[in-house]
Design a protein around this ligand. Structure first.
Ligand SMILES: Cc1cc2nc3c(=O)[nH]c(=O)nc-3n(C[C@H](O)[C@H](O)[C@H](O)COP(=O)(O)O)c2cc1C
Length: 377
């Protein structure tokens, strides 16, 4: 590998400098209490920040109680959440990383069980079992997420204005808490995606029908994010680049959306995919290493906006090649970091750009350098 891996070359976005191009992808841990961060979050985020990534995302945080996915979702709907969020931004900064937070509303996928409790819609049985009952959900239309899921309330214009203002208040709180970057969650079938995708949106007013109409609310909220975020700091949007192989929201739609996002001041598009229940089993994008990289590449090239590549990226050499080939500007990892939070520090050693272990916290690096000298790895 080259002497100066791009993966470990600092990156400037607006006036914010990231020490490297590795991103801890937003990962919900469903471990909040009434939306408040707990000790779980502090150790989880602290461990990931200590591992050496340049940018660490705090998981999707709900703009109101209705917009939670589960009872355990992190919240940013109340000033009382600030103390916990400040601790998270702080611990990220202590390790020299920059702090990002994803701001979200679950839409028609709200009122759910945690994945390990079944991941289905909450019922009175959950209320009896754990005191966690269902709540009414709202989305672009009344189309349920799947068979057996409740039909959401179709948001009125007053509801739409209300949720846009909830997003505004959430972005303000995120900044007050000390985050450097806010990301608007437009992916994975949640509220914003339920407006974008023709599979979920069958409105016939100015928020439905044509692509321009379906993009209207996400663009309005993105503009609010930009208004509320300081000019010198960047904002991101995460999108589902496609709903499936040949169905629903397409990569051409994403390129058009990314151009509009750029126009309202979004700096980076975080390129995920999926999250819609598809009517056919054979329309899902197959899950192979780097399966979403082609989306990041095309959006970066055709919409002329930096992208994040994410999804089954595990090998440092591969991450480096994605950057070198100009397919993305940042590399995000999720599950690989749950498996090995020190992936960034280990990747730096492997790519030959941290010969003296300076990328590690001294409390670990001093010992591990000697362990390696003695044991050869
Ligand atoms: C435990 C877990 C929680 C996740 N929560 C979120 C989330 O809050 N917001 C989001 O946009 N994606 C979420 N994701 C998706 C990840 O950010 C990432 O895009 C996905 O896991 C693919 O990357 P990977 O193959 O490196 O894990 C989650 C994934 C995992 C494994």
């Amino acid at each position: 590998m080259s002497d100066n891996p791009l993966l470990f070359t600092p990156l400037r976005l607006r006036n914010l400098e990231l020490k490297n191009r590795i991103v801890v992808s937003p990962m919900a841990t469903y471990s909040a209490r009434d939306g408040h961060a707990t000790d779980w979050h502090v150790q989880h985020i602290g461990k990931l920040a200590a591992g050496g990534a340049g940018l660490v995302f705090v998981e999707q945080s709900s703009v109101n109680t209705q917009g939670r996915i589960t009872h355990g979702c992190l919240g940013i709907w109340d000033d009382a959440h600030l103390d916990g969020l400040i601790r998270l931004a702080d611990i990220i900064h202590q390790f020299g990383a920059k702090a990002a937070i994803q701001i979200a509303h679950s839409g028609r996928k709200g009122s759910s069980q945690r994945p390990w409790e079944g991941g289905g819609p909450l019922t009175d049985a959950d209320l009896a079992a754990r005191g966690e009952g269902p709540w009414p959900i709202a989305a672009s239309s009344t189309v349920p997420f799947d068979n057996g899921w409740p039909a959401p309330h179709m948001m009125s214009h007053a509801d739409i204005d209300g949720v846009a203002e909830d997003f505004r208040a959430a972005f303000r709180r995120a900044r007050t808490a000390g985050f450097d970057i806010a990301e608007l969650h437009c992916a994975h079938g949640y509220l914003m995606h339920s407006f974008l995708s023709p599979l979920a949106n069958n409105r016939n007013d100015e928020f439905g029908g044509s692509r321009d109409n379906r993009m209207r609310l996400p663009l309005r909220v993105a503009a609010i994010m930009r208004e509320e975020w300081p000019d010198h700091l960047p904002v991101f949007a995460r999108i589902s680049s496609v709903d499936g192989i040949d169905i629903g929201w397409s990569i051409e739609d994403s390129v058009a959306f990314a151009r509009e996002m750029k126009r309202v001041g979004v700096d980076v598009i975080d390129c995920s995919s999926g999250g819609m229940k598809l009517p056919r089993g054979n329309s899902l994008v197959s899950r192979e290493p780097g399966f979403q990289v082609p989306f990041a590449e095309r959006i970066q090239r055709e919409a002329d906006i930096p992208t994040v590549a994410v999804g089954l990226i595990r090998e440092p050499d591969y991450a480096e090649a994605i950057l070198k080939d100009g397919k993305a500007t940042l590399i995000a990892l999720g599950r690989e970091l749950l498996w090995n939070p020190n992936w960034p520090a280990q990747a730096a050693l492997q790519l030959g750009c941290d010969p003296d272990w300076s990328g590690w916290p001294a409390q670990y690096g001093w010992w591990l350098k000697r362990r390696t000298a003695q044991q050869g790895r």
